[in-house]
Design a protein around this ligand. Structure first.
Ligand SMILES: Cc1cc2nc3c(=O)[nH]c(=O)nc-3n(C[C@H](O)[C@H](O)[C@H](O)COP(=O)(O)O)c2cc1C
Length: 189
């Protein structure tokens, strides 16, 4: 366990995982800590769907890739264009063969849903890092539309996916990608 400042510096988006499952107890611990995140009016709108089955994770990746490519066909100027080659590669798993994906979602009607769930995701990623786990928010995996697949995940039509986060024991942890100094527009005293 790191002190908090070390944890802030050590958490990295991990995209290479050891061939090892994440114990369910650990997942439950990090989900409990995710719920310590602040939320507007303390509504805690987040819901979690945990997928720890590799063939289902592969189906989720394929479904999201398919929908992203359909969006690109509909809007050729979409910024998704930069990922086109990857998305067309049948071997590319948007979840990097992670052993576990956690979908953070919540009711569409909550105005602050994106912000609240992003905070829960942030807590989740730090909680996991403190336990030696690697995570990565994978927006490319969020584009699920098949009602049957969403049903398997327990994600009903009234819920919106905000953050798919992969979790696993890291095989490799990348270096810190360069960070900018804070852009301080002013300090009023
Ligand atoms: C909203 C969001 C979406 C992201 N989507 C992806 C993604 O689809 N695939 C991916 O490999 N990384 C994704 N990332 C991870 C970022 O690339 C990563 O956070 C960034 O490069 C900084 O690296 P660090 O997390 O190690 O500090 C996403 C991160 C955020 C916050």
């Amino acid at each position: 366990m790191h002190d908090f400042q070390t944890l802030l510096r050590k958490r990295r988006s991990v995209r290479e995982f050891a061939d090892r499952e994440v114990p369910e107890g650990l997942i439950r611990d990090i989900l409990r800590e995710s719920c310590l995140a602040p939320s507007a009016m303390n509504r805690q709108p987040w819901r979690f769907s945990v997928v720890a089955n590799r063939s289902t994770i592969r189906r989720l990746s394929d479904e999201s890739k398919k929908n992203l490519l359909a969006d690109l066909e509909a809007d050729p100027a979409s910024p998704i264009r930069r990922y086109e080659d990857l998305l067309r590669n049948p071997g590319f798993n948007v979840f990097y063969d992670a052993p576990c994906v956690i979908y953070i979602c919540g009711p569409c009607e909550v105005n602050s849903l994106q912000v609240d769930c992003a905070l829960a995701a942030s807590y989740l990623m730090f909680s996991a890092a403190a336990r030696g786990l690697g995570t990565c928010w994978v927006a490319l995996g969020a584009n699920l539309r098949d009602p049957a697949l969403l049903g398997e995940l327990g994600i009903t039509a009234d819920l919106r996916i905000v953050a798919p986060v992969i979790v696993g024991f890291p095989k490799a942890v990348p270096e810190l990608p360069e960070r900018n100094e804070p852009v301080i527009l002013g300090v009023l005293r």
